[in-house]
Design a protein around this ligand. Structure first.
Ligand code: BT5
Length: 235
């Protein structure tokens, strides 16, 4: 995999500050050091890539797109869960399709190909996006099966992916929250009618998003629960 061509991306995004690293602990940690709105922090590899709730994001050198975007405050006057959904929609667009597993995974062929994070820092949100581009295999101990664009037959340069991603993030983060929810529900097979198990152990059938972007699950006894944290799995 050739080294990332930062200049090519900078030429397409002339107004953005792009800081690219050969190797870094996590682009999320670096992004926090300078919260210049619009700043893009990326790396060839992450040695301590971060998922949600202290989980890890596997980030081998040159095989994925690992970026953190400092979102301007104007884009972020929305609840963080809604921002997460907007970022998922943006990643899916940049990848030219896929299913969305609430709250933050882009699936290809029912396997996780991308994950997103939204971290609030003062009045800014740092968006963390990881897209698997050319990995040929993954560790066996992941919580759910993983895939890469290459494994699904999609060949795309990381530079092209990043430009598409940044433009898509700008677009989706500007949508009114109710429009984000509507588009997420349209794009995701997980929002309604899917039998899932939540990390807490609760099991039922999904029945829509609440206005803040949280998933609702109806248990077999009829009780509807709003899922505030944790992911869901099909059962
Ligand atoms: C996420 O967390 O899916 C958010 C991942 C965000 C990563 C980006 S990369 C750029 C930026 N800098 C960072 O340090 N992070 C962000 P979560 O839903 O918690 O999923 C994490 C779980 O997915 C792990 O516990 C593994 O089971 C699995 N996993 C780890 N690496 C993976 C990979 N490369 N592909 C698919 N699944 C993975």
């Amino acid at each position: 995999m050739p080294r990332f061509n930062v200049e090519a991306v900078q030429a397409r995004l002339p107004d953005r500050q792009i800081d690219w690293f050969d190797s870094i602990d996590s682009t999320m940690i670096e992004a926090r050091r300078n919260l210049q709105p619009g700043r893009i922090v990326g790396a060839e590899e992450q040695t301590a890539g971060i998922g949600r709730h202290g989980r890890k994001w596997i980030s081998p050198a040159g095989e994925g797109l690992y970026v953190s975007l400092v979102l301007p405050a104007v884009l972020t006057a929305k609840p963080v869960p809604v921002m997460m959904l907007a970022l998922g929609l943006a990643a899916r667009d940049a990848m030219a399709g896929g299913d969305l597993r609430w709250p933050n995974d882009v699936l290809l062929n029912e396997k996780k190909c991308a994950g997103v994070l939204a971290q609030l820092e003062g009045d800014k949100i740092i968006a963390g996006i990881g897209i698997n581009v050319s990995q040929a295999k993954f560790p066996d101990d992941l919580e759910t099966p993983a895939t890469s664009l290459l494994l699904e037959g999609v060949r795309v340069a990381r530079e092209v992916l990043l430009v598409a991603l940044v433009n898509a993030v700008d677009h989706y983060c500007q949508l009114p929250p109710e429009e984000t929810l509507r588009q997420f529900a349209d794009a995701s097979s997980y929002v309604s009618g899917k039998r899932v198990r939540v990390e807490s152990g609760l099991e039922g059938v999904t029945c829509g998003l609440d206005p803040a972007g949280f998933l609702q699950v109806r248990e077999d006894n009829g009780t509807v629960t709003t899922i505030l944290a944790g992911g869901v799995r099909t059962v």
